[in-house]
Write a protein that binds this ligand. Structure first.
Ligand SMILES: [Zn+2]
Length: 352
């Protein structure tokens, strides 16, 4: 375990940051959730402490199924345009307060259609709110539409067309997520990924939250993604590590979330640093700021303290996130220049 001094803490907090793996429905402010529950008559605790406990997953639920239950209350609160817009705005503001300058927000529109909204309405209201908040806060926000493993493949093809149709509103990515144990084969959604790829979207697939020696990540690679969401279980397969390194496929890792999902027993056992030093490109993310009760700064500091990640390694992961972000080249170049200028006079962030 490495010491984290006050100086290191302040340095990490001050870093301009990029975050690529971030779910809208995992990031509700408890105070906002309280108000929305009252406004829409949703059954939920009516105190801050009560709703906080309902939103935050236990530190060790022990399984992905248990972790996914934490999304039930947020989704009941997110069936109205005003609620979706407000939660999106809150998230951008909260991330900017943690010095996140570039973020990719992902969410599954299908989860928000139970109250009568269409997929088009869900995407448009989130995109409009994200763009307005980004402009006001001086951040860059891009959106990733998430298809569900459990959905009918034809429905995901239609969703991919909808995602492509909203590229002009900041949708730049397409993802697949859901309960891996019940739906282990992502390749049934290959046609949806073909549509998204043809439409110019960046592709990522959730995989490897289960302890399976990398088999689920291997299946996900058949969809030819640019990045993998999670993928920690790859550590169990040396040939897979070599393939990820050679193909340059980035793992968007979320260590605290993996502890909550039972992927690893303790934070200190997370393979993030071993993956990085094996040549696998990685980024470090929160997954769900509220469900995991963590800020990105805290997650990065935990990696330094618990995993021995060095500050130059951390900074390199941050720059790498920009390099593989689903964003247009002028914006990428501008952000990279800003980040590098910020770090130029800080020797701690550069390899000696
Ligand atoms: Zn995720």
């Amino acid at each position: 375990m490495a010491a984290v001094t006050s100086a290191v803490r302040r340095l990490v907090q001050a870093m301009p940051k990029a975050e690529l793996h971030l779910h809208l429905d995992g990031c509700l402010r408890p105070a906002t959730a309280l108000e929305l529950a009252e406004q829409y008559g949703v059954a939920a605790p009516r105190t801050f402490a009560g709703i906080f406990d309902a939103l935050v997953a236990p530190a060790h639920p022990g399984s992905q199924a248990e972790l996914l239950k934490s999304f039930e209350l947020p989704l009941r609160l997110m069936q109205h345009p005003e609620a979706l817009a407000r939660i999106t705005t809150d998230l951008v503001e909260d991330k900017v307060a943690d010095r996140v300058r570039y973020m990719e927000i992902k969410w599954a529109p299908a989860f928000h259609c139970e109250g009568g909204l269409s997929v088009d309405q869900v995407i448009t209201v989130v995109a409009d709110a994200a763009a307005a908040a980004a402009e006001r806060c001086g951040a860059v926000v891009r959106l990733t539409v998430v298809a569900l493993r459990s959905a009918d493949p034809a429905a995901n093809v239609q969703l991919a067309h909808e995602a492509v149709a909203h590229r002009g509103l900041g949708v730049t990515g397409f993802d697949l997520a859901g309960f891996e144990a019940a739906h282990p084969d992502p390749t049934i959604h290959a046609e949806a990924f073909d549509v998204a790829r043809a439409g110019g979207l960046g592709l990522t697939v959730h995989a490897g939250e289960l302890l399976d020696d990398g088999a689920l990540v291997r299946r996900a690679l058949e969809l030819r993604p640019h990045r993998i969401a999670h993928g920690a279980s790859s550590i169990g397969d040396p040939s897979l590590l070599a393939e990820l390194a050679e193909r340059g496929i980035t793992l968007d890792l979320c260590p605290t979330s993996n502890v909550q999902a039972g992927t690893v027993a303790e934070f200190a056992e997370h393979p993030l640093v071993r993956l990085l030093r094996a040549g696998v490109p990685v980024t470090i993310n929160t997954d769900d700021t509220t469900i995991s009760d963590i800020t990105l700064s805290e997650e990065w500091l935990s990696c330094v303290r618990e995993l021995g990640l060095t500050l130059p390694e951390l900074w390199a992961c941050n720059l790498h996130a920009l390099q593989v972000a689903f964003v247009d080249e002028p914006t990428r170049a501008s952000l990279l220049a800003d980040f590098r200028a910020w770090a130029a006079a800080l020797p701690e962030l550069h390899p000696t």
